[in-house]
Design a protein around this ligand. Structure first.
Ligand code: FE2
Length: 265
C-alpha cells in the first residue's frame, strides 16, 4: 500500500506555522509515504517566499505545489528554478520560472510523478490547455514512474471534475485546490483513480477563505480594498484540511480516499 497525504492551500504565516507544528504528527498518524502541500498562500501577502517554502519542506512536506499566487513574489523565483520539488502550474507560459512536475522516489521503492496544473476558467487567463499539457507530461515521463498524482489548481468545480473524469485510470490521485473551501465529494472513480474537487485550506477557521472577516466584508460591501487591513492575518482556531489517498501496490488502483479536516486552538 502506498499512502499519499495532500494538504490544501496553506494560508498566511499562522497557517504555515500550524502546518509546520502538526505535519510530522499527521504524517505518522496517517502512515503517509508522500506528503504534498499546496503552498501558494503562505505569506501575509498571500503568496510564497523562500522562508515559508523551506519551513514546509523542513516540517515534512515532500512536494510543494502552487497556483496563481506562487510567482507573485520574485524572491521565490530562484528557488522555483532550482528546487525540483517546488512546483507551479506546468501549463503557465514557458518563460515563467520553474516547472510543474517532479518524480519522487519513495522509501517503499515506488516512484511518484507529481503534476501541478492550472484551470482556465475564472483563473489565470494565459494558462495553456491543461489536458494537452498533462498528456504530454504523462507521455514524456512514461516508464519513469509507478503512480501519478495531480494538483489541479482551479476555481470551477465543473472544470475540475471533468478533468478528473478524463484522467481516471491514468492518474491515480487527483485533487483540486484554490477555492480554500473543502468539498465533500471525495470518491473512487471507475478506472482506478480517486479524487476530491477541493482539499480546502490550512489556516484560520474564523476568516473569509483565510482573510480577515472585516476586511473581506468591507471589500465586497463597499468595493474598497484597503491593502493594510486586507492583509491583517486572522488568528484564533486553525484548521488543517486535506485528504489521504491509499493506492494498492498490487493493482496500482487507488482503493481509498479519506477527507481530513481538523481544528485546533
Ligand atoms: Fe490559488
Amino acid at each position: 500500500m502506498t499512502r499519499i497525504l495532500a494538504l490544501g492551500d496553506v494560508v498566511g504565516p499562522l497557517g504555515t506555522d500550524f502546518v509546520c507544528k502538526n505535519l510530522l504528527t499527521l504524517k505518522a498518524q496517517t502512515k503517509a509515504d508522500l506528503v504534498i502541500v499546496n503552498g501558494e498562500n503562505c505569506t501575509r501577502a498571500y503568496n510564497l517566499d523562500t522562508q515559508s517554502a523551506s519551513a514546509l519542506f523542513a516540517a515534512g512536506a515532500d512536494v510543494i505545489t502552487g497556483g496563481n499566487h506562487t510567482m507573485q513574489y520574485d524572491q521565490v523565483h530562484g528557488m522555483l528554478r532550482t528546487n525540483d520539488c517546488l512546483l507551479r502550474p506546468h501549463n503557465y507560459p514557458v518563460a515563467a520560472p520553474g516547472k510543474g512536475w517532479c518524480i519522487v522516489p519513495l522509501n517503499n521503492g515506488k516512484r511518484v510523478l507529481v503534476i501541478n496544473l492550472s484551470g482556465q476558467a475564472m483563473i489565470e487567463p494565459s494558462a495553456d490547455n491543461p489536458y494537452s499539457c498533462c498528456q504530454k507530461i504523462l507521455y514524456d515521463r512514461k516508464g519513469e514512474y509507478d503512480y501519478a498524482v495531480c494538483d489541479f489548481h482551479a476555481e470551477s468545480t465543473g472544470e475540475k471534475i471533468a478533468f478528473f473524469r478524463y484522467f481516471d485510470g491514468q492518474i491515480a490521485v487527483m485533487f483540486g485546490t484554490h477555492t480554500h473551501v473543502q468539498t465533500a465529494d471525495e470518491r473512487l472513480l471507475y478506472k482506478g483513480s480517486a479524487c476530491i474537487t477541493d482539499l480546502g485550506m490550512c489556516g484560520a477557521h474564523d476568516s473569509v477563505i483565510g482573510s480577515d472577516v472585516t476586511a473581506a466584508v468591507t471589500r465586497y460591501r463597499t468595493a474598497t480594498r484597503v491593502l493594510n487591513a486586507d492583509r491583517t492575518e486572522p488568528s484564533g482556531d486553525m484548521q488543517l484540511c486535506g485528504a489521504l489517498f491509499e493506492i494498492s501496490d498490487e493493482t496500482g488502483y487507488c482503493t481509498a480516499v479519506t477527507r481530513i479536516c481538523y481544528k485546533k486552538g
